[in-house]
Design a protein around this ligand. Sequence first.
Ligand SMILES: [Zn+2]
Ligand SMILES: [Zn+2]
Length: 414
Amino acid sequence: MSLIVYAIPFFLACIALEMLISVLKKRKVYRFHDTVTSLNIGFISETIRVLVKLLTVVVYAVVLDKVAAFQWDIKSPWVWVLAFFMYDFFYYWAHRSGHEINLLWAAHVVHHSSEDYNLGTALRQSSTNQVFYWIFYLPMAIAGIPVSVFVTIALISALYQFWSHTQLVPKLGWADRVFVTPSNHRCHHGRNDYCLDKNYGGTLIIWDRLFGTYTEERDDEPVVYGTLKPLQSWNPVWGNLRNYVALTRDTLATAGWRNKLMRVFAPPAWTPEGQPVETVDMRHYTPFETPSTRLQRVYGVLGSATVLALVVHLLLVAADLSMGARILYTVLIACNTACLAWVFEGKSWALALESLRNTLTLGSLTAGVWFSPVAPKIQIVAALVLLLSWALLWRINRERVAQANLQAVPAVRA
Ligand SMILES: [Zn+2]
Ligand SMILES: [Zn+2]
């Protein structure tokens, strides 16, 4: 868990660097709300990983112990080579299933919900992916790949995939046909016809070329990022739940058990009558956006920093918490991200809810009653952040009232 804590500054530094380079190159690669949403989705995904990941590794270890005929020697270089190719092969099928089985798409869609494409998108990971994906790697346990080798290869694969989420690296020639690179992963995130259900690879793209799902980025048709049913929300919790809600609603509305099962396990585009599902009209669509002022952006950075502080705290103390306390802490962090999103979306009641959220979260940190005793310095910082948050919310409220009055005047005159 502490490894993730160390990786967070590295990811944030890379994102800051990409932002800087994109500004210097005069390319609009980042939007404020989309970036904060990607980060907050990533943060809550990490807190859920604390709950689930250990369980999946334990299952892997049990299968290895009970089913595998033998275990490879961790010192042998061949076990690392074999594990790398096995992991990448099963990653391809897990990822492909994530797109071609509706239930798994409900989890994986979160990663594709951004309508931008940048290193922040790489962190936009589903909170529920890990509930399903571990099953795909059990053949590695049966083949006797030691747990430490499996975990290390999985980590290397995840780190490798981070860099492919950028628009700033152009096509790389032969490398685009061997490895997963920014160019071929850009296609994977596209909703253009030629991009749909293509380039599932993790580290190597050779599996796509072998199994017929490879496509090259076209110069004459730039990739349009996002899904055919856009999320149109900044809410990380809703982003994770929306497709499950839709899947449940569609399954209940479908007649007959066979068709109900098809709804859950067929590709997302499947319908009982075979008619095409309703999707966005690409010709008249502009990416989801909501107005934001400088004050709101400052508040967004402060709110996200609070969420990040809570996530780091949870990752550091998770081992000492009971499962109940971990779940409660995770729910609280998720609530924090949802409240922040409602401010971004301009909900009328969001500012009052934010005041309450800040008072409870930062107030309990200030009072030193946040799960375990906190250092006095943290209490002072929390108190200062609380005061600043109140002041910002008050200013944002005044700004909105002034804006509403301005818009009401012409209507009254008319
Ligand atoms: Zn995908
Ligand atoms: Zn991706």
